[in-house]
Design a protein around this ligand. Structure first.
Ligand code: AHR
Length: 550
C-alpha cells in the first residue's frame, strides 16, 4: 500500500475531540490552546524568553479581496477618472494604509466569485471586455474593468505577494494552465506574448495559486474524493514556468469548512511524496480551511454593533474555536504528513454579522467594533501557537466586506480604519518572528461559554532575538485586569506598551469619529519582582514590546 492509500479510520477522526487535540485543559502548556492554569497569586502570563519555537510566517497576516459588494470597486478601485486620488484607478489612501500594515499577501478574485470567473474576460482594452453576472454577490453585472493587470498592479503598489485563486467549478484545466503561463512566463510563449500585447513585458511573480474555492459548496457542490481527484489534475497544469527558480508556485487545494475533518483527510490521502523528508509534496502543496465567527445562527448572525454581554462572550468563545479547529485539522494532516510538507492555509476567517441596515444584503457590508478587534487578537494568539503547520491565513475581507480593515463612505469616499486594522498594526512585530510559549495563570476557574472554557485573558508572544512582543487581550466585558508578566530566561532592558480599547465594547470608528477606537501608549507599566505588572482595561487589547539583553 502506498502512503496515499493509508486512511484514518472513522474512529480516529471522531476521536479527534477537543480534549484529544488541544482543549483548554490540555492546552496548559500554552502550545495548543487558549489555556489557563489556576494560581493562588495574582494573574500571571509566564513567558520563557529564551525558548523560541516555530517561525510565525508573515503570511499568517494575509488578506483577501473578492469581487463582492464594495471591496474591489469603490474599495480598492475607483477608476482613473475618479476625484479620489488614485494611481491608475487604485485608491492612494487605501494603498498607503495597507502598506503601513506590511500586508504580506493578497488573495483574489474570490471566494465564491473565483469559480465563476474567466480570467480572459478581464484582460485587454477595458471597453471591450465582456460582462458577466456576479451571481453570488447581489446578482449584479460585473464589467471586468478590474482584471489580472489591475490586480497585479495593486499587488506591486502594495509591495505584497499575489495569491491568485483559479476556477475549478466552471472553468477548465486549459484555462487555469494558460492563466499561470500568462502571469509568470518570461519567453515568447503564446500566453507571455498575449500579456505583452496587453502592455506588460516582464512576468509577474505568483507564489500562491488556489485550486478552486469551497468545492464542497459554491465551488461545485462536490464530494471530497471527487474534488481531490480534480485538485490533483488541475494542480498538475499549474506549472512552474520557464525554469525561473523565483517563480515557484505553491498550489493550494480548496479545503474544509469548519469541522469537516473528513474533507481534510480526503485531500491529505491524495497528496504524494509525504514519506520522504526530501522533495516537495504534490501535486498540491497546501490545503485550506474556512471558519467564520458569528454570535447567532447562520440565518441571523447578529448585529455588528448592538449586542448583549451574553453575545459578547459567545462571540469570543466562538472565535477561540478557530484554534481548536486548526489543531484538529493539523492533527489529521500530521497522520499523513509527519515531515510537515503540506501547509495549512486558513484563507477565510473573521466575523460575519448581519449586514448594516439599509445596505444591499448581497454586499456583506458590516461595522467593526472593539469586539471584532478581540476576535482578531484571539485568532492571532491561536495562529502563533500553530505556526509549525499554519502556513498562511487571510482575513475576510480587506475593504468594505465582512471583518474589514478599511471602510469607505459610499457617498463621500471618506476612509476609516477599523479596530481590526489596529490589531494587525499592533501585532505586526510577530511577522516572521519566532513563537514563544505564553502560559496564562488566572486566580479564578475559567467560565464555560457556548460549550467551551473561556479564560478571560488571551495571550501570545514571539521574539526576533533582540526584542520580544507580547499580545494580551482582556476578554472581560466590564472589569479591568491586573496581571504580572513573569519574564524568564533573558534580561529585559526596556519596554513600551500600547493599548486599544473604546468607551464601550461596541465602540467603533466612523468618518465623524475616526479615532473612537485607536491605539494609545500605555505608560502605566510597573516594574515587578518577576518582570512587569500591567493593568488591562476592560475589553481591551494590549501589546508590550521588550528590548532584550544578552
Ligand atoms: O468571504 C465571503 C464568502 O464566504 C466567500 O466568497 C466564500 O468562499 C465564503 O463562503
Amino acid at each position: 500500500m502506498t502512503a496515499r492509500a493509508r486512511t484514518l479510520t472513522p474512529g480516529l477522526v471522531s476521536a479527534l475531540s477537543p480534549s484529544a487535540t488541544g482543549s483548554p485543559a490540555a492546552g496548559a502548556t500554552g502550545s495548543t490552546g487558549p489555556s489557563s492554569r489556576p494560581t493562588d497569586g495574582p494573574a500571571r502570563v509566564v513567558v520563557d524568553l529564551d525558548l523560541p519555537g516555530a517561525t510565525i510566517s508573515r503570511h499568517l497576516y494575509g488578506h483577501f479581496a473578492e469581487h463582492l459588494g464594495r471591496c474591489i470597486y469603490e474599495g480598492f478601485y475607483v477608476g482613473e477618472d475618479s476625484e479620489i486620488p488614485n494611481t491608475r484607478g487604485i485608491r492612494d489612501d487605501v494603498v498607503a494604509a495597507l502598506r503601513a500594515l506590511q500586508i504580506p499577501n493578497l488573495r483574489w478574485p474570490g471566494g465564491c466569485f473565483a469559480d465563476d470567473y474567466h480570467w480572459k474576460d478581464g484582460i485587454g482594452p477595458r471597453e471591450q471586455r465582456p460582462r458577466m453576472v456576479n451571481s453570488h454577490w447581489g446578482d449584479i453585472v460585473e464589467d471586468n474593468s478590474f482584471g489580472t493587470h489591475e490586480f497585479m498592479d495593486l499587488v506591486e503598489l502594495l509591495g505584497t505577494e499575489a495569491y491568485v485563486n483559479g476556477n475549478v467549478g466552471s472553468g477548465t484545466v486549459a484555462e487555469m494552465s494558460e492563466w499561470i503561463e500568462y502571469l509568470t512566463r518570461a519567453d515568447d510563449s503564446p500566453m507571455a506574448s498575449l500579456r505583452r500585447e496587453n502592455g506588460r513585458d516582464e512576468p509577474w511573480k505568483v507564489p500562491f495559486f488556489g485550486i478552486g474555492n469551497e468545492a464542497w459548496g459554491c465551488g461545485g457542490n462536490m464530494r471530497a474524493d471527487d474534488y481531490a481527484a480534480l485538485a490533483r489534475q488541475y494542480s498538475t497544469y499549474v506549472r512552474d514556468q520557464g525554469g525561473d527558480p523565483g517563480n515557484t508556485v505553491t498550489r493550494i487545494a480548496a479545503g474544509a469548512s469548519d469541522d469537516d475533518f473528513a474533507w481534510t483527510e480526503a485531500l491529505m490521502r491524495a497528496v504524494t511524496n509525504l514519506d520522504e523528508r526530501e522533495g516537495r509534496a504534490g501535486p498540491y502543496q497546501a490545503i485550506s480551511m474556512h471558519y467564520y465567527t458569528m454570535s447567532g445562527p447562520w440565518g441571523d448572525k447578529g448585529s455588528a454593533t448592538e449586542f448583549s454581554e451574553e453575545e459578547w462572550y459567545r462571540t469570543l468563545s466562538r472565535a477561540a474555536r478557530a484554534e481548536e479547529l486548526v489543531a484538529r485539522h493539523a492533527t489529521v494532516m500530521d497522520h499523513y504528513d509527519p515531515h510537515k510538507k503540506v501547509g495549512l492555509v486558513f484563507d477565510e476567517w473573521g466575523t460575519w454579522w448581519n449586514v448594516e441596515p439599509g445596505t444591499n444584503p448581497g454586499f456583506l457590508y458590516q461595522q467593526n467594533t472593539v469586539r471584532d478587534a478581540l476576535v482578531a487578537s484571539i485568532h492571532f494568539d491561536g495562529f502563533h501557537r500553530h505556526a509549525d503547520r499554519l502556513m498562511m491565513a487571510n482575513i475576510a475581507q480587506t475593504v468594505n466586506v465582512l471583518q474589514a480593515m478599511i471602510l469607505t463612505d459610499p457617498d463621500t469616499g471618506a476612509l476609516v480604519l477599523t479596530p481590526t486594522y489596529h490589531v494587525f498594526a499592533m501585532n505586526a512585530g510577530h511577522q516572521d518572528a519566532r513563537a514563544l510559549a505564553a502560559h496564562v495563570l488566572l486566580p479564578e476557574e475559567p467560565a464555560e461559554v457556548d460549550g467551551r472554557v473561556l479564560p478571560m485573558i488571551s495571550a501570545s508572544a514571539s521574539t526576533t532575538g533582540s526584542t520580544a512582543l507580547i499580545s494580551l487581550s482582556n476578554l472581560d466585558h466590564a472589569q479591568e485586569r491586573t496581571l504580572v508578566l513573569d519574564l524568564r530566561g533573558r534580561t529585559v532592558t526596556g519596554h513600551t506598551a500600547r493599548v486599544l480599547t473604546g468607551a464601550t465594547s461596541a465602540a467603533h470608528n466612523t468618518p465623524d469619529q475616526p479615532d473612537a477606537v485607536a491605539p494609545a501608549e500605555l505608560t502605566d507599566v510597573r516594574e515587578h519582582d518577576r518582570g512587569l505588572e500591567i493593568t488591562l482595561p476592560a475589553h481591551s487589547f494590549v501589546t508590550v514590546e521588550l528590548q532584550l539583553g544578552a
